[in-house]
Structures are given as C-alpha cells and as structure tokens.
Design a protein around this ligand. Structure first.
Ligand code: FAD
Ligand code: MLT
Ligand code: ZN
Length: 455
C-alpha cells in the first residue's frame, strides 16, 4: 500500500497535524478562487522549513507522486489546485507509481521575513508570506513594495513570483519579476537552489531566478524570495468619467511619465459593484478612469475636465479605489451560471478597437453579465462574463480574437490549467518546444503541477 507509506513518511517529515487527509480539512485547498477548478489529493501538506519542503519533494519523486504548490489560492487560472482526477495518458509511467491522488503542498507556514538590508533596500521573504504582511513590514522601514493588487490579504509573495503577478502599479514599477532579485527553491529532485545573493550585477550564466518567476509551480517549489523595495512616492488619485477607451487613453496621455496607476472600469463593472457594495457611482459615463498621479498637479488645467474627482483624503481614496478593487468579488457574488474570467492584453495602438471587438463578440444569446475592466496603460483587460453552462467555445473565440490583434492570452494571471490548451495562440511551436525542453530537463518525472502550462 504505497499511499499509506507516503502518508506515514509525510507525517515523519512535518508531523501528523500538518498532513491533512480528510475531505473536510482538505476541502478549502482543493477548489480555486473562481470555483471553476476542483482537484483531488491524497493529502495536503504544510511544511514550515525549506528542509521539510526538500524532504517532501524528494519523497514525491521517489514514489512518482505529483505535487501542486499552493500559496494564497487566489490564482484565477486553476493552477493552484491539483488535477481533477488521474488522467489516462499519465499511465505511461509505471502504473504502480501513479495509483493515487496528488499532494497539495501549502506554503502557508513558510512565512519568515529576514535579512532586511536598509542600504540595498532588499529583504528576503518566506514564500508563504502574504503581500499585506510584506507591505506592513516595509512601511515600518519607510519603504514600499513595487507590486500591489486587490488580493493582497491572501496572495503570497511566492505565488506572486510563481505567476509573475502584475497589479495596479505595473506602469510605474514593472511586473513581479522586476522586484525579484533572488529566490530559494526546491527542485523536483529535492535539491535546494538559492540565488538569494541579491547582487545588482551577477552575470554568471542563465538567470535561474527569472526562470522560476512565472513558472507556475511547474519547475520548483519557491521557498523564499528576495525582493527590491522602493522609496515611497506621493500620489494624487484622480477619477475621470469618459465616453470611451480612446478618450481614457488621451486623458492619461496628459499625465504621461507621472502615472503610478491607470485603471479602467466599464459601466457594467461600476453598476455591479454599486449593487453589491452600495458604493456610489461617481459619473454617468461609459468608462471610469482611475489615475494615481505623482508630483504636483496643475488644478487649473484639471478644471477643463467635466467629469473629474480628485480624492481629498484617505477615506475618499479608499472609497474610489474600492469601486475598482471590488469588481472581481462583486462579479463573483452576482454570478449566475458559469463564470469566465479572461485576462488578456493588447498593443496600445489597437486597444480601443480591441475593446469594441470584444464587446461585439460577447453581445450574443446565452452570454450574460459582460464586465470589462483592467489596467489601461498595460493594455490589460479583464473580461468577465457568464453563460448558463460551461462553454469553452466562447473562451476560444475571445482568445483567438486576442491573437488576431497581436495580444497575449495571459497578461498577468498566467496560463494555469485554464489556458494550457490555448498556449499556441501566444507562443510559437518553437517557443513551446523550448519551454518543454526546460521542463523535461528540470522535472523529468513530470511531478511538478502536471496539467499546468502544458496540456
Ligand atoms: P496560488 O493561487 O496559491 O498559486 C498560483 C500559482 O502559483 C499556482 O500555479 C501555484 O502552483 C503556483 N505557486 C504558488 N506558490 C508557489 C510557490 N511558493 N512555488 C512555486 N509555485 C507556486 N493577479 C495579478 O497579476 N494582478 C492583479 O491585479 C490581481 N488581482 C487579483 C484580485 C483578486 C480579488 C483576486 C482573487 C486575484 C487577483 N490576482 C491578480 C490573481 C492572484 O492574486 C495572483 O495570481 C497571485 O500572484 C497569486 O498568488 P497566490 O499566493 O494566491 O498563488
Ligand atoms: C484585477 O485587476 O482586479 C485582477 O487581476 C483580478 C481580476 O481579473 O478579476
Ligand atoms: Zn488585474
């Protein structure tokens, strides 16, 4: 009975209380944030040291047990939960090895914050530390972290590195990978690799740190992340009511170079948030544009804008930002039928046309609750809609439209399980072959998050 042997060995490594096997204790770990992905697992394991992670992964490779790493489980493409079931084609490995469910490795207890260096402005964070915990730590040192997103209470630094998360400040600070100056990780062999040196200059071959950023748990378990922090910048929040994406882009262009955030929410988004939260809708406009602008503002110039609110205090900011940040949960609360969340990006030159094309494509029978919002100056739209039943055909049509406009089928959320079959729409066969070669070289047994990134 190999599965019993595996369970006993896991309890040896982390202690019985950190190996969950009952359906009730595992339930919350086995469904993703969207509710669209449900996984099965032999056990949920919660290590609290890198050495324990190493022993767990070594055991899994010994038995050929697949591992899904989970941080805050706020991912939106199904990669944070194990496979729904054992799929036939995996039985080409010796059947003995693949007779039972996967292991879900939770990083919740890998939440140290260490080696803060005020000179370089760097700190090393346990992969299971939440974004909020890091934000609270750095504010105490008069610094700030470059990435911010609405899931900050639960999203972990390890998960954000593994997905190369984006968020609301990409225009100013770049994606998560730009903040990451080193990682510590456990490879499928159980070996521990560390690039936590955080050197500004270290030109010694392949950039293994950046290879693991965006790897979605398919190459290694990230156990620690060394990040670069920034001096805080003072910004002013401005909210505009505009008629179109084109006008939103023109309005933002007026502040070019001084923008920390440029977020858009369409009419359906603000009405949904208003219904769910009661937050008032500032303007009767098709699009609300939120701009965080650095530096001193020319209020006389601003006076020319009809629909403009400048947040005067923290409370104001909070309420206006909530109009944007609560779209995702409001849609989930109001959801009727099956939800579809597509996170896509376009070149800015076609953004307005692409937006209109998306609206036209989704204007059809059976599609309800179409909501489009996102990160304007990143060319990143979040397209949410519902259908009475699962309908992957519409998702395919949307992603094919994205490809026709030269966009990406994943702007910031990753590929996960949801978009693995569509990877060819954003990557050439040569790129996919190269990525698969890297995967097979590092994870020859294919135990790291099978079914994620590649079908
Ligand atoms: P999980 O959901 O736990 O995992 C995500 C993926 O990373 C999985 O494939 C998992 O296997 C892998 N993984 C997790 N931890 C590790 C690790 N330590 N080592 C190796 N692999 C690992 N995303 C954005 O980019 N921008 C946003 O603005 C944004 N806003 C959001 C708002 C809401 C309300 C919600 C619910 C989600 C939002 N997201 C956003 C998506 C999500 O928060 C990010 O993808 C985040 O990076 C996921 O972190 P997590 O710790 O929850 O990871
Ligand atoms: C956001 O920007 O709010 C997120 O990426 C979440 C989402 O797409 O819903
Ligand atoms: Zn987003």
């Amino acid at each position: 009975m190999a599965d019993v042997a595996v369970l006993l060995a896991l309890q040896e490594i982390v202690g019985a209380e950190q190996v969950l096997t009952s359906s009730s204790t595992m339930a919350g770990y086995l469904v993703d944030w969207t509710g669209n992905f449900h996984g099965v697992a032999l056990a949920v394991v919660r290590p609290s040291t890198t050495e324990e992670v190493s022993a767990i992964i070594r055991l899994c490779s010994q038995y050929g047990v697949a591992v899904t790493t989970q941080g805050g489980n706020t991912g939106l493409v199904g990669g944070s939960v194990p496979r729904a079931e054992m799929s036939e084609e995996n039985s080409n490995m010796s059947s003995m090895r693949y007779h039972f469910g996967d292991i879900l490795l939770s990083t919740a207890y890998l939440c140290t914050i260490e080696d803060f260096d005020p000179n370089s402005g760097q700190v090393t964070v346990g992969a299971g530390s939440t974004l909020l915990a890091l934000q609270q730590f750095v504010v105490g040192h008069g610094l700030e972290f470059g990435v911010d997103l609405a899931a900050r209470d639960s999203a972990t630094i390890g998960g954000m590195a593994a997905t190369n998360a984006g968020g609301i400040h990409v225009i100013a600070n770049g994606m998560m990978r730009k903040q990451v100056v080193g990682v510590e990780a456990v490879l499928p062999s159980g070996e521990i690799v560390s690039t936590l040196r955080g050197l500004a200059k270290d030109n010694t071959g392949y950039d293994l740190t950046q290879l693991l950023c965006g790897s979605e748990g398919t190459l290694a378990v990230i156990t620690k992340v060394r990040v670069q922090l920034h001096r805080p910048v003072v910004t002013q929040l401005l909210v505009f009511g505009v008629d179109s994406i084109t006008v939103a882009l023109e309005t933002a262009a007026g502040f070019a170079g001084n923008i920390s955030s440029a977020e858009i929410i369409d009419r359906a988004s603000v009405e949904c948030v208003n219904r769910v939260t009661g937050i008032p809708i500032p303007f009767d406009s098709a699009i609300h544009l939120l701009l965080e602008v650095r530096g001193v503002l020319d209020f006389d110039a601003l006076a020319q804008h009809d629909n403009l609110i400048a947040a005067v205090d923290q409370a104001d900011r909070g309420k206006l930002w909530a109009l944007r940040e609560r779209v995702t949960e409001s849609c989930a609360i109001e959801q009727v039928g099956v939800s579809h969340k597509l996170d896509v990006s376009f070149p800015q030159s076609v953004l307005s046309d692409a937006y209109l094309a998306l609206c036209v494509l989704l204007e059809r029978d059976g599609v309800t609750q179409v909501v489009i919002f996102g990160h304007l100056l990143d060319g990143n739209f979040h397209v949410f809609f519902t259908t009475p039943a699962a309908d992957h055909e519409i998702e395919r049509e949307v992603l094919e439209l994205v490809a026709r406009y030269g966009g990406s089928i994943s702007a910031e959320h990753g590929i996960g399980r949801m978009k693995a079959e569509h990877l060819h729409l954003s990557r050439s066969q040569t790129e996919i072959a190269m990525m698969k070669a890297v995967k097979e070289a590092i994870d020859p047994l294919g135990i790291m998050n099978p079914g994620v990134l590649f079908i």
